[in-house]
Design a protein around this ligand. Structure first.
Ligand code: PLP
Length: 481
């Protein structure tokens, strides 16, 4: 199989070039209905020419036998797995499907506590019972990392009948941990390992990147191709490589959960992103490494900023975390950068996080201009040299369980109370700072003093929450137990 091929994209272009007459969905008829509106058509027209549907020659995502199957096979070949799938609803749908494949009602599942909401939603939909594994915390970065091996070891000996282990690798900031040993341990106990590798689709691109969980023999790995590869938003990959789980079950759940009208532009962009990665050369890698080093060194020279480095682990070089040495919060820097037209991936109380583009050799990137804008932001934003009082508030470091099962929660009434009186109560809502989309509290979880402190810190420093109405008034919903 030739990785230089881009089967879905090539077929779509051939189709578009026939100037097809459309008596089928979608209703925009390859964009023709929008040509009257110049504003709309200038952005959309070209894209809509390839926004086709399951016509002869264009295959069917849910029963692929033609160009989609060929593209998925090329993807599986590239990652070295039994089967790969294209996802048109992000890693979100991949996480839901992999969890439903591995766990059923009342099953125990070991899950990293600082996981994305889609993982917790998957467990909820499967009606399984989560056992939370606390991550380690990096004091300098003030962020939570991966689950230590010892924690997994303890959890497996306490819950040997757990039906799966679900981990996030890398974390949002590009930090990795030694999941290879964890995967081996789990497999010794016949427990499948499901990895949310949303931020690591590019890891097989070269030695400068950490190993992918696919190479480390995880059973299922889900990747948001759209996050770091040149794929459209919502485009994601799922890799199946398990002897413990059934491929047929996974295929079924993906059919249940994904649209019956999957987007061809998204699928074509996944095909293009796979080709981009497959043709990534050593020369590209060296060029990218140089550019990243140049950028980091120049930012480091700006007074008040510190570019963080991974310590003792191989982290993702595309993720660049910058800490303020001043009174400015990460959120303050983010707002000021936006005034200069620079939009970053995420801020937290202490840091800003950038995702550097995975450049190929000779691609221009205006590093000096960007650095100048960073400098002018700091020059024009008032701050004092006083260091930000950095306060690391950890997630639970050990193994924990929800105080109430889903069944118990269904029978209880809830009430709204002031946040400062919530310590020790059982939370009845999901509280999600966004980004990164990692729930700080989950229904059925005990509200600790640590969590209230963290919530207050995030609220005071300008974090955004999903569904934040009550929180802004410093209130929270609890179960009446
Ligand atoms: C760790 C993690 N997993 C899953 C997701 C969901 O990915 P998607 O947006 O592709 O659905 C995200 C999104 O930010 C994420 O950070």
């Amino acid at each position: 199989m030739k990785q230089t091929r881009i089967p879905i994209y090539e077929q779509l272009i051939m189709h578009a070039e026939q100037k097809p007459v459309s008596f089928h969905v979608p209703g925009h008829k390859y964009g023709q209905l929008l040509t009257d509106n110049a504003k709309v058509s200038s952005y959309f027209t070209d894209l809509l020419r390839i926004d086709a549907t399951e016509l002869t020659g264009l295959d069917d995502l849910h029963s692929p036998e033609g160009v989609i199957r060929e593209a998925e096979n090329l993807l599986a070949q590239l990652y070295g797995v039994k089967r790969s799938y294209f996802l048109v609803n992000g890693s979100t749908v991949g996480n839901l499907a992999m969890i439903m494949t591995a766990v059923k009602e009342n099953d125990l599942v070991l899950v990293q506590r600082n996981c994305h909401k889609s993982i917790l939603n998957g467990i909820h939909l499967a009606k399984a019972e989560p056992i939370f594994l606390g991550p380690s915390v990096d004091e300098e970065w003030a962020v939570a990392g991966g689950v230590p091996y010892q924690t997994v070891e303890q959890a497996i000996s306490k819950y040997p009948h757990a039906k799966a282990i679900i981990l996030t690798y890398p974390n949002y900031y590009g930090m990795t941990n030694d999941i290879e040993k964890i995967i081996q341990l789990a497999h010794l106990h016949h427990i499948p390992v499901l990895i949310d590798e949303a931020h690591g689709a590019h890891f097989i691109g070269g030695e400068m990147f950490p190993p992918s969980a696919v190479e480390l023999k995880a059973d299922i790995v889900v990747q948001s191709a759209h996050k770091t590869l040149p794929a459209m938003t919502m485009g994601a990959y799922l890799h199946f490589n398990s002897d413990l789980l059934l491929e047929g079950d996974l295929t079924n759940y993906l059919q249940v959960l994904q649209s019956s009208s999957p987007s061809y532009p998204i699928m074509a962009s996944l095909d293009i992103a796979r080709n981009y990665l497959a043709t990534y050369t050593k020369e590209d890698e060296a060029y990218l490494e140089n550019k990243i080093n140049e950028f980091r060194a120049k930012i480091q020279q700006i007074k008040g900023l510190k570019v963080l480095s991974y310590s003792g682990i191989q982290g993702d070089p595309l993720k660049i975390t910058i800490q303020s040495n001043t009174s400015l919060r990460g959120f303050d820097i983010q707002k000021s950068l936006e005034k200069e037209g620079i939009y970053i991936e995420m801020a937290d109380p202490f840091n800003i996080l950038l995702v550097f583009p995975m450049l190929k050799a000779h691609m221009e990137y205006p590093i000096q201009d960007i650095v100048d804008r960073f400098r002018s932001v700091l020059e024009n934003t008032p701050y004092s040299d006083k260091k930000n009082g950095k306060k690391v508030i950890g997630q639970p470091t050990e193994i924990s369980q929800l105080a109430l099962t889903a069944k118990e929660r269904a029978t209880l009434k809830t009430t709204l109370i002031p946040l400062n009186r919530a310590c020790g109560q059982v939370c009845a809502e999901i509280i999600i700072p966004y980004p990164p989309g990692i729930p700080l509290l989950f229904p059925g979880e005990i509200i600790s003093k640590d969590t209230i402190d963290r919530l207050m810190l995030l609220l005071d420093s300008g974090a955004r929450f999903q569904g934040e109405g009550n929180l802004r008034n410093r209130k929270i919903t609890i179960y009446q137990t």
